[in-house]
Structure formats: C-alpha cells, structure tokens
Design a protein. Structure first.
Length: 363
C-alpha cells in the first residue's frame, strides 16, 4: 500500500507552463478573456502577430479589459477608455489632457506567453533565467496539419487535481471507458517504469516489460474478427510500444507507436481556472490512416473519450477546492502519486531554487 500525501500539502503551482488556449483562437484584433489560475486574463495579438497576456482587471475601477477592444495596438478599457500597451502600462486617459501625468500605478500585470505547435503556453509565476521549456511533441512534424485535431476548450466543473489524476490513472479504463474501449479489457495493471526528469518538472512512464501481466492493449480493444479487420484498415493492428509523458503544470500525452511505424498521440492539457473549475484542452495527432475516415474517427474518439472523463470527474468525485484528495492508494496509483510529489515539490519551492535540486531529495 502506498503512503498517501497529506491533504493540505497542495496549492496552486504558479511556476509552470500551463496551456492558455489554441493559437487559432486568437486572430488579430480579437481579445480573448479567460480565467486561469484564479486570474481573469485578456489575451491578444499585436499587429505583428505577437501574443500578450494582461490581467484583465482594469487598474482604474476594475472593468474587464478583455471586453474592450484594440485601438492602435493598445487595449482600450470598455468603461472609461483608458488604453494600455502590451507591457500593461497605461498610455492614455481620455478624461484628462495629454500633458497631465498618468499615475505610475496605472499598470496592468502582464504574464509571459509563448506559442509552440499551435498551443499558447502561459507562465504565471516568478520568471526564471533560464526558463524551462514548455512541453513539445516530437511527432508533430511527421503529421500533416489536418491530422492534428484540437477539441474546443472545455471548462470542467472539477478541481484541477481530480482532472489530472484521472487522466494519469489507467486503471479506470476498463470501467469508466468500458463503453468506448470495450468490455473485455484486462483489469490487472502492469507495474510501471516511471522515470522522473532531473529538474522534477515531468516524468515518463510505461508498462514494465518484466510485469507478469504486461499486455498489448490492442488485443483487448479489437478482440472480434470484424474489429480486427477494421482496425487493420485503420492502421491500428499491432502496437509496437506505448508510453506516456507528464509535464507540469498539467500536460499529459499518451504515445502509441504501431507496427507500421506510424503514431497516435493523445494529449490533454489541464489548467486550473478557479477553485472549482479546470480548463481542458484536448488534442490528438496521428500519422496513420491518412484518409477521411481516419479524420472522422480521430475527432469522434477524442470527443467521446473527453466527455466520459468530464462526466466521470464531475459526477463521481468529490471536487474540493484547491486540495489534493486525501485517499488510500495502491500500486496502480503510482503515476498519480508521482504527479502529486513533483507538483508539491515545486509548490514548496516557488520563488526558491527548485531547479537546482537533485533528483534524490524530492520525496
Ligand atoms: S475602469 Fe477601466 S478605464 Fe475606468
Ligand atoms: Fe479517461
């Protein structure tokens, strides 16, 4: 039996890259309002296409800047028209003459945002030098754009921790997803090989080859003759290897390499919105079945899987705010416990020198 971590040991980790949205959601001159890590933000592009993120609470009287619009590259507040540049500095107050000094406190906080592979990443904690890199998909370049599917962002009514732990936990597949993945999935869970990154910002996991009940998952999902024929046509006959990767703040990717050398990647990025809600940004990549049926199946599968997970965490779990659930754990929960440990480690080292720590002092 694994040792549970204390219930009070978690709070929001700010020093991490979180997904803020998809690149295609932001086209100039749109301003996107989104609540992340308890802050309402205004995300926008300037005329050169660069991304910016500002605290949306106007420093004058608190109106929501994300409901304003861009004027000459500046965000204009919808209430009294103050304008802010991309550094958050107020550059214009229409109710006073231009020569009157703008109060130095007329500043909106800004956050670091980067754009990689169609994803907008935001860092809302203390800026470090050097900054860790946001998560990256190696399979991205191998796949034509139309085989990368982004689900519309979803706001789940659940705590961030429940959403992430449910995603990392493969032992729920034969139960919560029996209707989608089939009723005959093996319930015994193989021992996991987990390798934590040196900077403790992520880990990689896969079934241990020594596990007495290791199994190729494809045999369980496609167990009928017809299913196998369809699966072969879809390039999904035999799995060569599969593994997963988790990266702080809340990014998880499952990788499946098929015998033909093609790939599927199923990725979910979770970002706390407030104490009771989490954003889910789901995406998938495939390099097999490059026909239109493959496109339809990929979209259908991602949508169905995320709906089952959403309903599962919203309805089946107690979603206490800002806390890890205090629960009993078994060996099958090791990936979730590893997430808790690296998350808590970095919460305890926010503003500190967490990146300098060795991998031996984190438990
Ligand atoms: S509240 Fe924004 S300008 Fe007054
Ligand atoms: Fe699931």
């Amino acid at each position: 039996m694994m040792t549970p971590l204390s219930k009070s040991s978690a709070s929001t980790l700010k020093d991490a890259w979180y997904c803020a949205g998809w690149s295609h959601e932001l086209r100039y001159p749109r301003i996107l309002g989104r609540k992340l890590l308890n802050r309402q933000l205004a995300l926008f592009r300037d005329q050169q296409g660069r991304l910016h993120a500002l605290d949306a609470a106007c420093p004058h009287r608190g109106a929501d800047l994300s409901l304003g619009h861009l004027v000459e590259g500046h965000i204009q507040c919808p209430l009294h028209g103050w304008r802010f540049d991309d550094t958050g500095k107020c550059v214009c107050i229409p109710s006073q003459l231009p020569e009157v000094k703008i109060p130095p406190g007329a500043m909106a906080s800004t956050y670091r945002v980067v754009e990689r592979q169609g994803i907008i990443w935001i860092w809302m904690g203390a800026v470090r030098d050097p900054m860790p890199a946001p998560p990256h998909q190696d399979v991205w370049e191998a796949s034509p754009a139309r085989h990368r599917h982004f689900l519309p962002p979803q706001l789940w009514r659940c705590s961030f921790f429940n959403a992430v732990e449910n995603a990392i936990d493969n032992t729920h597949l034969p139960f919560l997803h029996a209707g989608l993945l089939g009723p005959n999935q093996q319930q015994l869970y193989p021992t996991q090989n987990l390798v934590v990154d040196e900077d403790l910002r992520g880990f990689r996991g896969e079934d241990s080859p020594e596990s007495p009940w290791g199994f190729p998952r494809s045999r369980q999902i496609f167990d009928g003759v017809l299913e196998r024929v369809v699966a072969a046509w879809m390039g999904m006959n035999e799995i060569r290897r599969e593994y997963y990767r988790f990266d702080l703040g809340g990014s998880l990717s499952f990788y499946v390499e098929w015998d033909s050398g093609t790939w599927d990647v199923l990725a979910g990025h979770w970002t706390p919105s407030d104490s009771f809600h989490s954003w889910y940004f789901g995406m998938s990549i495939r390099t097999r079945a490059t026909h239109w049926v493959g496109d339809i199946f990929q979209k259908w599968f991602g949508k169905k899987l995320s709906l089952q997970d959403k309903l599962g965490v919203e309805r089946l779990l107690s979603n206490e705010p800002d806390n890890l659930p205090s629960t009993v754990s078994v060996v099958g929960d090791e990936p979730a416990l590893t997430f808790r440990r690296i998350h808590n480690y970095h919460v305890n080292h926010q503003q500190g020198d967490g990146l300098a720590a060795s991998s031996t002092n984190w438990v």
